[in-house]
Structure formats: C-alpha cells, structure tokens
Design a binder for this molecule. Structure first.
Ligand code: PNS
Length: 165
C-alpha cells in the first residue's frame, strides 16, 4: 500500500496522552510523516507552554526520527496545513459525544479551505476515557497517571505540580 506523504494531527496536547500516542502511532501505518500541530494560543490558559508541549511530544517520539515532528502553530489550522504542504488533517474520536464538535470543526475547516480533508481515527477502547483535562484534574490530587500518559509526561506533571505546591 502506498502511504500518504504527510498529515497533520492538530490539538492542544496539554498534555500529550496515551490516547494521542495511539492515534499518532496508528496514523504512521498509512502516513510517511505525521506533523503534530500544537496550538500555541488556546483560549483556555494551558498548564504547559507551547514549547514544553512540543518538547514532550518530541521526547516521546524521539525514536521515530523525522516520521513524527511536533510544531507549534497559531492562527488558522488550514493556514498551518498549507504551510506544511498537506491537505490532510487527522483527528481522533473517542465516543459519539466527540462527534458533534469534530464534525463542526471539519466542516468549518472545509469552508475555510475546500481542499482540506479531515480523516477520523477511532481510538482504542482502553483509551476512550482518557482526556488531557481529566489528566490535569487527577494528577494534582495524587491520582496515578501511569496508564494515561507516557512516562516523560508523567514526570513533567510531577515537576509541574511540585513547583506550584
Ligand atoms: O485538542 P483540541 O483542543 O480539541 O484541538 C482543537 C484544535 C487545536 C484542533 C482547534 O481548536 C483548532 O484548529 N484551532 C485553530 C484555530 C482554527 O483554525 N479554528 C477554525 C477551525 S475550528
């Protein structure tokens, strides 16, 4: 099977979870390169800076070399896609409750740029309850994040919450 040259997996990644890792890893089966697009200016104030989020993604995917690249972006996602020379956006779906928001975004992106296509990947059932916001709720209260985020992120969460304690 010939692979897509490149696709963008956009998000806030505050922080990267095992759900994201699963989507990226499965996308690599049909894409030569996945650009993880980290939104630099989300309306909600992030726990990790954009540089920290990019760094954590790069650290986790270091062994994949250029096949997984993390880049922060601001402004419109469709403009970032043009800059990165791809027409393909990837998004993960965890449950039907994700669908309305995802469909709205996909249609808005198509309205903004008719050449952009959004491909949806269904997450593994075992990751379907994981979200960055729940991780941020559980971690400062001492809950285990071991099966929720990669080790490098678990360590960064510990450092973050220790430094604010
Ligand atoms: O992980 P998230 O927070 O669900 O990701 C949302 C993201 C970053 C994909 C979305 O907010 C986005 O694309 N923002 C960039 C601004 C934009 O292009 N908006 C129009 C499309 S909805």
């Amino acid at each position: 099977m010939s692979k897509l040259a490149r696709a963008i997996f956009p998000g806030s990644f505050d922080p990267l979870t095992l759900g994201h890792v699963d989507i990226i890893t499965r996308a690599l089966e049909f894409c030569e390169q996945v650009i993880v697009g980290v939104l630099a200016n989300p309306s909600k104030s992030p726990l990790f800076t954009a540089d920290e989020r990019v760094d954590l993604i790069e650290q986790h995917f270091r062994l994949y070399g250029e096949r997984v690249v993390a880049e922060s972006f601001s402004g419109l996602l469709v403009d970032f896609a043009k800059e990165q020379k791809t027409r393909v956006l990837l998004r993960g779906l965890r449950a039907t409750s994700d669908f309305d928001y995802e469909a709205q975004m996909a249609l808005m992106n198509r309205h903004l740029s008719s050449e952009i296509e959004t491909f949806f990947l269904m997450t593994l059932e075992k990751h379907s309850y994981i979200s960055s916001s729940l991780v941020k709720q559980v971690a400062p209260l001492g809950g285990s994040v071991e099966h929720l985020v990669p080790p490098v992120v678990a360590e960064a969460l510990m450092d973050k919450y220790e430094s604010v304690a």
